[in-house]
Design a protein around this ligand. Structure first.
Ligand code: ATP
Ligand code: FE
Ligand code: MG
Length: 348
């Protein structure tokens, strides 16, 4: 099926047209520069910019693909989770277009979109596989069983991986978003300079949860380290060494959990999703460990890892081909589990 999708869950206004797993156009207007002075995304500012950008981005996506509405089989939008005001802009635009052009409407879960980035990258990919989703708001290990059929095997109990990068960058005064800056700095530092805690989740039996993660203790450990170094030395902070040690700890922690999960569940492929997939430390550790265990790892290109509408359109195309559509009464929700999304589709 050929689907036009709109993604406005956070700070990227995206519109894309995808035919099954083939991208016909994919336009993203990022608001990173707009939110940069605030050191994070300001929800009201995001909603207003989505409203301003959604029509120009939509027109560009149609023009680039060189298509008119007659070949579009369905219109989709991200409906959850995300900033409600931001989601509402995209979902309202999609419903309006669906009504005007008399096409089915589909609401898509944002995390399902991040999973589908891997199908865009590797069109021959078939479930089951494991998705390691590492973004600004999520750190999840998802058993992908079929279209719409997912089981969350592991998640963070506090900060997401991307959030940890952003918070550590902020406490080192490096700017926003922190991931790319720390990644760059880490190349000049020693990853073994400082020993930092990986953040284990204790179980009642005295062991540790093999797939859950926790990054808030690591962030606090970096803060304590910075305070100690500032107190005891008059030399400048070894920022590159701190960045490298922090990144190495996150990368090893994610790698250990993803590999354990894939091996325990007999899944031979790990597909990565979300902005932290760009991280060079994670790429190196995961690729090396996967080789040892005879697993395949898929890293989508950066344009499909960070928020974009192509991944949403790809998911919607698969749902539409299976006869899943959404009622026009579907609303935007700031929080919703991936597992619950399937209950909201009508079948035609
Ligand atoms: P969610 O999908 O959970 O709502 P999001 O879509 O806003 O979150 P993404 O756009 O996928 O998140 O990713 C943004 C995050 O990725 C930011 O926290 C950013 O710091 C991080 N990031 C980007 N590049 C890198 C990198 N090279 N290394 C580490 N982190 C990175
Ligand atoms: Fe996202
Ligand atoms: Mg983003």
């Amino acid at each position: 099926a050929t689907v036009l999708a709109i993604e406005t869950s956070c700070d990227e206004t995206g519109v894309a047209i995808v035919k099954n797993r083939e991208v016909l156009s994919n336009v993203v207007a990022s608001q990173i520069a707009i939110h940069h002075p605030y050191g994070g995304v300001v929800p009201e500012v995001a909603s207003r910019h989505h409203l301003e950008m959604v029509n120009p981005v939509l027109n560009e996506a149609l023009e680039t693909a060189g298509l008119d509405w007659s070949v579009i089989d369905g219109i989709a939008a991200t409906c959850a989770p995300g900033l409600v005001g931001a989601l509402l802009t995209g979902i309202t635009a999609a419903k309006t277009l669906a009504l005007v052009h008399n096409k089915p409407f589909l609401g898509i879960h944002h995390l399902e979109g991040h999973i589908y980035a891997s199908y865009l990258t590797e069109p021959s990919l078939q479930p089951p596989f494991l998705c390691l989703l590492v973004s600004g708001g999520h750190t999840s290990l998802i058993h992908v069983k079929d279209c719409g059929v997912y089981q969350i095997l592991g998640h963070t109990v506090d900060d997401a991986a991307g959030e940890a990068f952003d918070k550590v960058a902020r406490l080192l005064n490096l700017g926003y978003p922190g991931g790319p800056i720390i990644d760059q700095l880490a190349t000049q530092g020693n990853p073994k300079a400082f020993a930092l805690p990986e953040g284990k989740i204790s179980l009642p039996n005295g062991g540790y949860h093999p797939y859950h993660s926790s990054f808030s203790g690591l962030k606090t450990a970096v803060l304590r380290l910075v305070q100690t170094l500032q107190k005891s030395e008059n030399t400048p902070l070894p920022v590159a060494d701190i960045a490298a040690s922090f990144q190495d700890t996150v990368a090893k922690s994610l790698t250990k959990r993803a590999i354990a999960c894939a091996v325990d569940f007999g899944l031979d492929t790990i597909a990565i999703g979300g902005g932290v997939a760009a991280n060079s430390g994670l790429r190196n550790h995961l690729q090396e460990a996967a080789k040892l265990h005879n697993l395949r790892v898929l890293f989508p290109p950066l344009k499909y890892c960070t928020d974009n509408a192509a991944m949403i359109a790809c998911a919607a195309s698969d749902h539409l081909s299976r006869g899943h559509i959404s009622p026009l009464t579907l609303g935007a929700q700031s929080r919703m589990s991936l597992e619950d999304m399937m209950l909201l589709y009508n079948r035609v």
